[in-house]
Design a protein around this ligand. Structure first.
Ligand code: FAD
Length: 443
């Protein structure tokens, strides 16, 4: 590790790269941020589509820390629970946590714009249309392709925040003793939309994350500021039914009519959107080490996860927050900081990756299961009675900043206890009389 760090390059001006560059600039480093796309604040390429994400405690904490939360609050829409849509149109609302606890739907584009504005105002140099073609891990240099030319730039330290298909990680992959694991789930996703009603209102309840759970697949919807919803269909690539099996507009309509009947009247442009919008895949990436010489992975580049816990961005923001804390702790000694960053965050990255995979089963399947719902109710009561002793796993991940790896371990213990409780033959009828103290004592 080169000792004196003055100029830091950050590759990828997505959510994590933009936030990271603000943190680094605030510490007094010269920061250059490079992005392959053009400046989203000037271009209209994303304006036709509104892709939204769930922002929760860990992400909010970092946004507060760098002083942009007031701006972000203006684009946050609270979602207090899951609104389940059964096949016959019955609605069931399941709160996410205690009263006053909610997650927030935010537009990815608008959040990214806020962060870019803040980065620029803090003195970060931002270069758009700079595609990283290769990284020299020994020389801490990057070769960029721009519309005009190809050039190589050298830095004292380099961060790869260039997402799930990171070029920096690609370079690390070629080095000795770099461990790498990737896993594509058999499902892909496609975005659809529910526009506002004719009188300009939300077509379905705005304060919830809507889920149409259907066993092997599901449809979800998150609200937008313009009173539309962005829906995502998580669906197998192959098999019956699947993206492969729905080939014609009639087949799509028939499928939605049979499977998500109450959504269909609201999905006004489904025929066009289904065929025009891309079908994208969902990958989990685990790798190690995240630091090679003076090159460091962060965000999705270090730990791409499936979106079912709504934590990918939140985890990436937490990477930046924790890195900044470690720089404080080690008085900007990068060698010690990065050693600890990797040690701590790798465990947490792995934990949230596994939790996210598991939550897909919960969302698409279990949320419609009576036994599961009773279990959630018992856990909510446990939390109410013993708020410090029993915190449901979802709350530990979403509403606390307990390390993901610790939450994961506690969650496993809780599950063993709850499996035993749920085996009682009359549990569905008599769950309200259960001895909560006895359950908590088992922890
Ligand atoms: P990215 O957002 O991928 O940004 C990487 C940036 O690098 C991009 O701007 C890209 O253009 C740029 N780039 C890439 N390659 C190069 C290159 N070679 N040269 C230069 N620039 C490059 N997370 C949540 O917390 N909550 C959610 O509700 C949620 N929902 C999701 C739903 C879906 C369908 C998906 C797919 C993800 C979801 N996520 C969610 C995860 C979240 O989107 C990611 O974790 C987050 O975007 C990671 O940020 P990042 O900056 O690390 O990567």
């Amino acid at each position: 590790m080169k000792k004196e760090i003055k100029h830091i390059g950050v590759m990828g001006a997505g959510l994590v790269g933009a936030l990271l560059s603000i943190y680094l600039r605030k510490r007094g480093y010269k920061v250059s941020l490079y992005e392959k796309r053009d400046d989203m604040r000037k271009s209209s390429s994303d304006s036709g589509r509104s892709i939204n994400l769930a922002l929760s405690k860990r992400g909010i904490k970092a946004l507060e820390d760098i002083g942009v939360i007031e701006e972000v609050k203006k684009i946050m829409l609270p979602m207090e629970g899951r609104m389940m849509h059964s096949k016959d149109g019955e609605l069931t609302f399941q709160p996410y946590g205690k009263e006053g606890q909610f997650i927030n739907s935010v537009s990815r584009g608008n959040l990214n714009k806020i962060l870019l504005e803040k980065a620029e105002a803090s003195g970060v140099e931002i270069k758009f249309e700079h595609t990283c073609k290769s990284v020299d891990l020994e020389g801490t240099s990057v070769t960029f392709k721009t519309p005009e030319t190809e050039k190589t730039m050298q830095f004292d330290l380099l961060f790869g925040s260039d997402g799930a298909y990171s070029q920096m990680r690609q370079a690390m992959l070629k080095t000795d003793r770099f461990n790498y694991e990737q896993y594509y789930i058999p499902h892909g996703y496609k975005e659809l939309s529910i526009p506002p009603t004719e009188d300009g209102d939300f077509a379905i309840a705005p304060n919830a994350l809507h889920i149409w759970p259907r066993g092997q697949y599901m449809l979800i919807a998150l609200p937008n500021l313009d009173k539309s919803f962005t829906c995502t269909l998580f669906f197998p690539f192959e098999g019956q039914p699947s993206f492969e099996s729905l080939q014609t507009p009639q087949q799509v309509l028939q499928f939605f009519k049979n499977t998500f009947p109450d959504s269909l009247p609201h999905l006004k442009n489904i025929q066009d959107e289904y065929f025009q919008n891309p079908t994208s895949s969902l990958v989990t990436v685990k790798c190690e080490p995240w630091v090679k010489n003076n090159c460091v992975l962060i965000g999705d580049a270090a730990h791409a996860i499936v979106p079912f816990y709504g934590q990918g961005m939140n985890a990436g923001f937490e990477d930046c927050y924790e890195l900044n804390l470690l720089l404080d702790k080690h008085s900007d000694d990068w060698e010690n900081t990065l050693a600890e960053y990797q040690e701590v965050r790798k465990k947490d990255g792995d934990a949230i990756a596994d939790l996210a995979l598991h939550n897909f089963v919960e969302m698409r399947d279990l949320v419609a299961d009576d036994k599961f719902l009773v279990q959630k109710k018992i856990e909510a009561k446990l939390h109410e009675k013993f708020p410090d002793k029993w915190i449901p796993l979802y709350s530990m991940v979403t509403f606390s900043d307990l390390r993901y790896s610790e939450a994961f371990e506690i969650g496993k213990k809780q599950q063993v206890i709850m499996d035993e409780v749920m085996q009682k033959p009359d549990i569905l009828e008599n769950w309200e009389n259960i001895d909560l103290e006895k359950i908590v004592d088992k922890l």
